[in-house]
Design a protein around this ligand. Structure first.
Ligand SMILES: Nc1ncnc2c1ncn2[C@@H]1O[C@H](COP(=O)(O)OP(=O)(O)OP(=O)(O)O)[C@@H](O)[C@H]1O
Length: 228
């Protein structure tokens, strides 16, 4: 049987009167690239945040790598996010005061890696992601696609077990979005990183090994019925 790396079991979470997740079930295999699709407001980001230990479900369980993580407490979940998970969001969210290179090195610096070593590990990503020559730029001096590739490098530099990507191409034009997806998928595969990708764009979801649909806070396998 394929090893399950990440699992949501009967997850329920409300914001006030809004029931964002109503018994969400999801299993993600190690090394898998999974796309979470679904209409606006259906609970995709909330599910991603629960899987990543950012939000804690009201009931239900989240398991990662053979252990339950929703009951770890903020310190434990924060350590897990720092050590095991990488993140890419819709608007790169680079730190504007830092150079592109320092932004990529940030997860390593936060993990206690020395500055020289962290920057040395960040540098090859510029060649790998077609960003040569942009190492010293601040985020305000990068195009949207360049900034998102820097954000991708930052998400992968610490070789996380899981990369969580929430609408990573949402702010990009189609061609630039496809470049980012190509690089995300090839880099993740190269280092064996599992990817959980939230998107509402079928073209983006097509890069994944498997797609699921979130509707009204529940997860459905991709079938003609679920799409209709
Ligand atoms: N912090 C919050 N406070 C209040 N309501 C929230 C909060 N976050 C999400 N919600 C609500 O929970 C529901 C699910 O939101 P979520 O962001 O998970 O949906 P989504 O499928 O990711 O949507 P989109 O595609 O528009 O980003 C929505 O009704 C949303 O308005």
């Amino acid at each position: 049987m394929t090893e399950m790396l990440l699992e949501a079991r009967d997850v329920v979470l409300s914001f006030g009167r809004t029931q964002a997740l109503r018994g969400a079930e999801l299993r993600v295999a190690a090394g898998e690239i999974l796309a979470i699709m679904g209409p606006s407001g259906s609970g995709k980001s909330t599910l991603l945040h629960c899987l990543a230990g950012i939000l804690v479900p009201e009931s239900g369980e989240i398991h990662f790598d053979g252990r339950r993580i929703d009951n770890l407490g903020e310190t434990g979940r924060s350590a897990l996010r720092r050590d095991r998970f990488g993140f890419v969001f819709q608007f790169g969210q680079l730190v504007p005061e830092l150079s592109a290179e320092e932004n990529v090195a940030l997860p390593l610096l936060l993990n206690g890696v020395r500055r020289t070593k962290a920057l040395a590990e960040a540098r090859p990503w510029f060649d790998r992601l077609g960003l040569d020559g942009l190492e010293e730029r601040r985020s305000g001096e990068l195009s949207g696609g360049q900034a998102q590739r820097v954000a991708l490098a930052r998400g992968l530099v610490a070789r996380p077990r899981v990369l969580f990507a929430d609408e990573p191409t949402g702010a990009l034009d189609t061609l630039t979005g496809e470049q980012v997806m190509d690089l995300m998928v090839s880099s993740a595969r190269e280092q064996g990183t599992t990817v959980v990708l939230v998107t509402h764009e079928p073209r983006v979801a097509a890069y994944a090994d498997r797609e699921v649909i979130v509707r009204d806070g529940r997860v459905h396998a991709l079938t003609a019925e679920a799409v209709a």
